[in-house]
Unconditional design. Sequence first.
Length: 189
Amino acid sequence: ASTNTHGVTVRHAYVSWNEWLAGQTWSNFMDVAALPEAVDFVGPTDGTVFVRQAQLRYTKGPWSFAIENPETTVTPFGGGAQFRSGDNSLPDFTARWTTKGDWGHFSAAGLLRQLKYAGESETGAAISLSGRFNIGANDDIRWMANYGSGIGRYLGFGLGADSVVDANGNLHAQDGAGGFVAWRHAFNG
């Protein structure tokens, strides 16, 4: 799904109460605070976890856990355009731990999901490490490193599929990795 469609779309619509959040917003697997400042909002698209979806999230201290909208993207046997299966029966599960200080922040997130198409099922799992390290008053380093099986829909606007179907109709999770390092300098501090 594109995040810049010409039609009317809901980007964020959620309610928060105490430690709970319900609705559509940034995935718990995504660290928005690590995104570099750039003319393009996302910055280094290919290496970035960038997903907005429906979820139910619980946050307590440095921990957050969410069940999120499941959707498997599939590349058919022999290639061709990837498609969304619509067969998932279990939500994607995400967990995040973040620590913050005057020095910046560090975050580790995990993703566990079911990939499903035409009666075939696979398990996907991924990890994302990210952060921002402050260097003086006008500079910081922002970074993200992501790796996993079935991570396609979460990484780089979902340009890579979560899974592929082989000649026998079996579903196989695809491995993916991406990341970035960005230096931010405020010229007017």
